[in-house]
Write a protein that binds this ligand. Sequence first.
Ligand SMILES: Nc1ncnc2c1ncn2[C@@H]1O[C@H](COP(=O)(O)OP(=O)(O)OP(=O)(O)O)[C@@H](O)[C@H]1O
Ligand SMILES: O=c1[nH]c(=O)c2[nH+]cn([C@@H]3O[C@H](COP(=O)(O)O)[C@@H](O)[C@H]3O)c2[nH]1
Ligand SMILES: NC(=O)CC[C@H](N)C(=O)O
Length: 678
Amino acid sequence: MASVRHCARASQVRNLVRERVSGTPGSAKGRARTTSNSTNGHRQGASGFPVGGIVPTRPGSPAWRRFASSRSDVVAGSPAWSVARTSTSYRPGRSRTGSVYGATRRPAGVAELDGAPRRASWRRPANLQPAPLLRGRTLTYPRRPAKVCTTLGQVADTSHDTVLVVDFGAQYAQLIARRVREARVYSEIVPHTMPVQRMLDRKPKAIILSGGPSSVYAEAAPSVDPALFQAGVPAFGICYGFQAMARALGGTVQRTGRSEFGRTQVAVDHQGVLLQGIESGANVWMSHGDSVTQAPAGFEVLAATPDTPVAAFEDTARGLAGVQWHPEVLHSEHGQAVLEHFLYGIAGVRPTWTMVNIVEETVEAVRARVGDKRVICALSGGVDSAVAAALVQRAVGDQLTCVYVDHGLMREGESEQVERDYVAATGVDLHVVDAADRFLTQLKGVEDPEEKRKIIGHEFIRVFEQAARDIVAKAGADGVESVEFLVQGTLYPDVVESGGGEGTANIKSHHNVGGLPDDLQFTLVEPLRTLFKDEVRAVGEQLGLPPEMVWRHPFPGPGLAIRIVGAVDAERLAILRRADAIARAELTAAGLDRDVWQFPVVLLADVRSVGVQGDGRTYGHPIVLRPVSSEDAMTADWSRLPYDVVERISTRITNEVREVNRVVLDVTSKPPGTIEWE
Ligand SMILES: Nc1ncnc2c1ncn2[C@@H]1O[C@H](COP(=O)(O)OP(=O)(O)OP(=O)(O)O)[C@@H](O)[C@H]1O
Ligand SMILES: O=c1[nH]c(=O)c2[nH+]cn([C@@H]3O[C@H](COP(=O)(O)O)[C@@H](O)[C@H]3O)c2[nH]1
Ligand SMILES: NC(=O)CC[C@H](N)C(=O)O
């Protein structure tokens, strides 16, 4: 059993973190209370299985049948879920394989105080302490996010064929690896900086070159060593990888001035092996500004679009092929088929690999790492943290306390619902902190989306630290000395979009990844860090979590703060909360909750428009409806809501929310837009 590790150094010393120095750090203001209906952290189901515990993965096995017969919500023959993944932490001075922890450390560097350079050391520097000199001023320092090593999976035995995915800084590298695994072929991601010889030493049966943000002809753009194509290993290029392959082999790549983003129809001239069975007019997902204008000698051009003369090519004699579009994203029709045609038809890879059980592996790894220590889990009520908590609860039972932070940025009724439903479903020990004043004070006047996220990430951690102290104090005589571990429901898209891959563009610093403070003391436990949302939902179902929890629409950790375009305050939050409640209620009433993947409602707080209401002039704010369909938030399309539902939502919002006189519908896919507006 060989385990394969990939180290992804996050986006170097490039992000600036701003710390607004206030005079009163530390305490989570307001009430802190504990809600629990169980003392041991497990509630037993009828047959003795813990509710929220592990379901055997092999449907039909005696254990599965016993479980299924005890539960009305388990459907006979429901698919097994098994995927190998664990993640590994990097801690200064040592790294660990096969476990599930991450940690951050602070690099030495130069800070800026109100824009002027200032030396800072990274171990809780004295100059970050609130001192009269610093109070009210802005300290900015270079950030080097944690180095995180990710174990992508385990090969059951070495006889399986391996495919390497070379990451050129793609948003979708892990998605490519996942699609390859869906084709039952073992895959690993490697950085583009890895020398070709080291790639070949791994004896890959094929190599896939990912997309990436650079232009192949730009200075210092990552290039492909032509030796790769002379080694006789079949290779497939996707977007940037397609362009890099074309250029390395003598083709031409140009910025034609004609970009394609999102849905695009391809004209298939010749199906070849790669596009077998794919007719002209297929919709594929594009995201590029450069194009291959001439294929290298020996290649056959298979497809084109009105803006891209060479959209797919192959040279089957050399085992080389590529496409300009992204076959790995769900929105590309026949995407999986194209990948499989390359893997099986051109590269001759054998589909023999099946993944081992993520749940059992993760539970074991958490148990081994945490031992008998105390753990807190940041629980938001969302599916990610709910699943992460259920996994950890399964591993360490009542050593776990979940902490829910009411930061005042939640939707209507949300806090009450989380408190009630999560405890009812899992029996977990829940500690609720009301920290609304603290978050709103720190966010006052802040308009920049990145700054909002960083402040929120920072405040979250400070609240968790206080919660940990409270839990230790409460445990008192039981001898609990400290809480070392913090569980977060971080997913792979959070990591990628925070610039977690090598050379990957930083789109947004998700509060739980790029927004973490550098002096974080907890050891992070992020059991879902390499998974996508749909995979997490499958794990949640397998763990027996209720469908309402597993299928809940995602809601970002920074909450409504990143749905108010402009500064956040209590009045604006109240406007958005009312509009959002109406939109969600109407969606549910129309029975469309499962058809829409997520439904952000956004307040354009700094925009005003003229309206006429009750024969009078109004000067109100627009509300944006942003219903989207997606599989994993990496790409998305705007949802075609029935007009009568849109109309009901619009009418109700403008009638019931006085400050709003206009409702608009966002009809942008991702890319080019993102799901959230900030
Ligand atoms: N209000 C909160 N209280 C405690 N932890 C939180 C809160 N909001 C977010 N977190 C932590 O940050 C993580 C990332 O948030 P995110 O919104 O991506 O995930 P989620 O809320 O668990 O799931 P979903 O995205 O489906 O809503 C969560 O998994 C959780 O660990
Ligand atoms: O926990 C989070 N912290 C964040 O800072 C954050 N920003 C976006 N999101 C959620 O991530 C998914 C992708 O969103 P975008 O297309 O807007 O990047 C969508 O599901 C978003 O709601 C966040 N979640
Ligand atoms: N998604 C990509 O790989 C983009 C490739 C290149 N940056 C372009 O714009 O054409």
